[in-house]
Design a protein around this ligand. Structure first.
Ligand code: KIV
Length: 262
């Protein structure tokens, strides 16, 4: 999957399926499942590193996980999330850090924020770095937003989000994540743009959807937002398996003759 192929999806009215992955094992499973867009999300700060938010994730973290994912897949488009403070301070710093992520194997980068990010996106795209935007509930602004809250519920907020979306498209973003916004607003944004919107907690009208892999597999249950659909219960399966393993070792049932060398 290339960025150009991804852009064709909207024209062909085909839904884009995106999921996060942080290591080679899950990246290969995602690819085997036929999902062609993988986001190395800074959500790894929460689901892999066990932190309360994404703010402590570093460039080194994302570089490491991007290398693991990009090195494991053959057909998928790998998008690396730009972590907090890797692009906010200046356009120059943003461009250098985006370049490092492409050198690590990503094909594109994602960054959070509205019109204020337009100059960064313009510069990156002009030198060949594809950029995906991210509007609505932007987790790196969790403190400014007063928590993980639905965004764009009031009229002026919704109007600003729509304007920001148009600005990011004009700046050259090839797609846009819409996180935790009312479905009606997501529909309006999706209809107003020629680039794809990828929803997470943004209702059914976006051009595509993204979920955090450990959420959809039922592995991460510390906090499950309303928008998550759990397609498997792997934490429960893991607990059951580990419980049986513990019991069998304690009771001398494992290893048995069939797991022994002769
Ligand atoms: O970090 C992440 O995984 C994300 C997606 C949830 C959109 O930004």
């Amino acid at each position: 999957m290339t960025v150009l192929e991804l852009q064709q999806y909207k024209k062909d009215r085909k839904k884009l399926v995106v999921v996060t992955a942080y290591d080679a094992l899950f990246a290969r499973i995602v690819e085997q499942a036929g999902i062609r867009v993988i986001l190395v999300g800074d959500s790894l700060g929460v689901v892999v590193q066990g932190k309360p938010n994404t703010l402590t994730v570093t460039m080194e973290d994302i570089l490491y996980h991007t290398k693991l994912v990009a090195g494991a897949v053959q057909r998928s488009l790998v998008i690396a999330d730009m972590p907090f403070m890797s692009y906010q301070a200046s356009t120059e710093e943003a461009v250098r850090n985006a370049g490092r992520l492409l050198q690590a194997g990503a094909v594109a980068v994602k960054l959070e924020g509205g019109a204020v990010m337009a100059d960064r996106i313009k510069t990156m795209t002009s030198i060949g770095i594809p950029v995906m935007g991210h509007l609505g509930m932007t987790p790196q602004s969790v403190h400014a937003l007063g928590g993980y809250k639905v965004q764009g519920k009031v009229e002026d907020q919704a109007a600003k989000l729509l304007e920001d979306a148009k600005t990011l498209e004009a700046a050259g973003a090839f797609a846009l994540v819409l996180e935790a916004v009312p479905a009606g607003l997501a529909r309006k944004v999706t209809q107003a743009l020629s680039i794809s919107t990828i929803g997470i907690g943004a209702g059914p009208h976006c051009d595509g959807q993204v979920l955090v892999i450990y959420d959809l597999l039922g592995l991460f249950d510390s906090f499950v937002p309303k928008f998550v659909k759990t397609y498997a219960h792997l934490k429960a399966d893991a607990l059951q398996a580990l419980g049986r393993y513990k019991e069998e070792v304690e009771q001398g049932k494992f290893p048995s003759d069939s797991e022994s060398y002769h």
